[in-house]
Write a protein that binds this ligand. Structure first.
Ligand code: NI
Length: 190
C-alpha cells in the first residue's frame, strides 16, 4: 500500500527511477501480480502462531523491505493466511498483525492515492477513500493479543492490507471512472 510516493513500496522519494524500476522488478518476481487468482481468495485465520507462521512473517518482512514497501499481506506471497506486516516509514519498525479485525472506524473519511505491489508492481495509482482512523485487534508474532489505534497513513496501510486478506484490491474501492481507467491499464500492461 502507499501514497503517491508511499506505495506499498516506495517511501524513499530520493530513489532514482532506475533503482525504482529495479525494486519493482524484484517485487514482481516475488509478489503475486494481478490477475493472479490467489489475490481474490479470502484468507484463512491462523489457528496457532507457530514456527511456520513466524517464518512466514520473516519472509514477508524481507520482501516488504526489498521492495521498499510499507505493507504486505500473506496472500501477496501466495499464502492464504490472515497475516500482514506494515511500517509507516522506510526505516520504521515493522508491525505484525495476525488475524486482524477492524473494531472501530471513524465516520470521517479521506481520499488519498494508493499503490499496491500486486498491481503493476506498485506502478498503478488510484485514489481510495477510507476512514481516517481505525481500531484493529489481532495477535502479534508471539501470539500475544494486540490492539492498534491508528490514524493517517498507518490506518490507511492497515486497511489496505486487511482488504488483501479479504481478496479485495484498491481497484475495487476506486471511483467508477478511476476503476475503468485502472482496469484498462492492467489489461494493457499486466
Ligand atoms: Ni496491496
Amino acid at each position: 500500500m502507499e501514497n503517491q510516493d508511499i506505495a506499498e513500496g516506495q517511501v524513499e522519494t530520493t530513489t532514482s527511477d532506475e533503482e525504482r524500476r529495479a525494486h519493482h522488478a524484484a517485487a514482481m518476481m516475488l509478489v503475486r501480480q494481478y490477475p493472479d487468482p490467489v489475490l481474490r481468495v479470502p484468507a484463512d485465520a491462523v489457528e496457532e502462531v507457530n514456527g511456520d507462521v513466524r517464518r512466514l512473517v520473516e519472509r514477508m518482512t524481507d520482501v516488504m523491505r526489498q521492495s521498499h514497501g510499507v505493507g504486505l499481506a500473506a496472500p501477496q506471497l501466495g499464502v492464504l493466511r490472515r497475516v500482514l506486516v506494515y511500517r509507516v516509514s522506510s526505516d520504521g519498525d515493522v508491525h505484525v498483525l495476525i488475524n486482524p479485525e477492524l473494531r472501530e472506524r471513524s465516520d470521517e473519511t479521506q481520499s488519498e492515492t494508493e499503490g499496491c505491489l500486486s498491481l503493476l508492481g506498485g506502478d498503478l495509482q488510484v485514489a481510495v477513500e477510507r476512514p481516517v482512523r481505525v481500531v484493529v485487534a489481532g495477535v502479534d508474532a508471539d501470539g500475544e493479543p494486540v490492539e492498534v489505534d491508528a490514524e493517517g497513513l498507518e490506518a490507511r496501510v492497515i486497511q489496505h492490507e486487511i482488504d488483501h486478506l479479504d481478496g479485495v484490491l484498491i481497484v475495487d474501492r476506486a471511483s467508477k471512472d478511476d476503476r475503468k481507467a485502472a482496469l484498462r491499464d492492467l489489461r494493457l500492461r499486466a
